[in-house]
Design a binder for this molecule. Sequence first.
Ligand SMILES: NC(=O)C1=CN([C@@H]2O[C@H](COP(=O)(O)OP(=O)(O)OC[C@H]3O[C@@H](n4cnc5c(N)ncnc54)[C@H](O)[C@@H]3O)[C@@H](O)[C@H]2O)C=CC1
Ligand SMILES: O=C(O)[C@@H]1CCC=N1
Length: 279
Amino acid sequence: MLNGFQGPLWLVGCGAMGGALLSRWRAAGLRDDQVTVIDPAPKAVPAGFAGILVDSPDAASGTPRLVVLGVKPQMLPVVAASLSARIAGALLISMLAGVRTGTLANLFDRARIARIMPNTPASIGAGVTALYGAGLPAADMAMVEALLKPAGQTLWLEDESRFDAVTALSGSGPAYVFRFIEALAGAGEAAGLDAATAGALAMATVTGAAALAAQSGETPAALRLAVTSPQGTTQAGLDVLDGDGALSALLRGTVRAAAERSRALAAAADAAADAKAAA
Ligand SMILES: NC(=O)C1=CN([C@@H]2O[C@H](COP(=O)(O)OP(=O)(O)OC[C@H]3O[C@@H](n4cnc5c(N)ncnc54)[C@H](O)[C@@H]3O)[C@@H](O)[C@H]2O)C=CC1
Ligand SMILES: O=C(O)[C@@H]1CCC=N1
């Protein structure tokens, strides 16, 4: 619980992901008076939030104990320029895709940095967040863990280079699943169902199957076999899904492309940090 959490906590960027985390912190007892949201166009401030909301670091008063970065990676140079001088002494937690802790250290001239990769099911406490903070004091690691626990499962990474793959799998992954639900519903329509029925069946099938996979103690492979009658309907469908390794190849390509994009975002942030160092 975060009832006793002492801020100030500055959340810089309150969009889809930052807003989801803020809503979970509040549900876990974090008091609004401990939070300052800094965002010129906040998209997802939770209803009823009574903390401070300002459009830039210049408009925020005092100094934070903790700063959570929730802007798009492309905004990082602008944000760093206006923020770095204001946050000396704070622990910096970044959720930015791609951007490495070394890059953040250069841009913000600081040492205490944690990197996290949450995902949007965090908004209902069903997320999974990868955490990284090489060399952080134990108290900082405990604070990071405490902040992300209300969002769902947490997993510490020891090797920062794994963040690209993690981002491609669990950070982006909810979108793949949502796309699958859409496509399954569309396929149901193509097979003759009306849109409402196909949508409802697709949604209930994916949520039910995911809950069963999580709760049954069986492997996904065993659960799949339990659905699949020899020469039955499921086998006929799976023969298409897996024909010539189609599904595996599609998902490998999907995750590879997302991981490559993560590395490209990292390179762009590095270039910005180098430009700052050269200025
Ligand atoms: N959406 C997702 O599923 C996930 C996103 N992330 C990361 O979270 C970060 C935010 O992503 P989203 O929430 O999806 O983006 P978003 O576009 O929904 O939110 C970004 C927020 O930053 C604000 N912003 C823009 N310029 C700013 C500035 N100069 N100062 C302060 N705030 C500013 C925007 O007004 C907006 O509210 C990204 O770095 C992304 O890589 C990480 C994991 C999952
Ligand atoms: O699409 C993105 O770049 C972010 C990172 C992971 C999920 N959304």
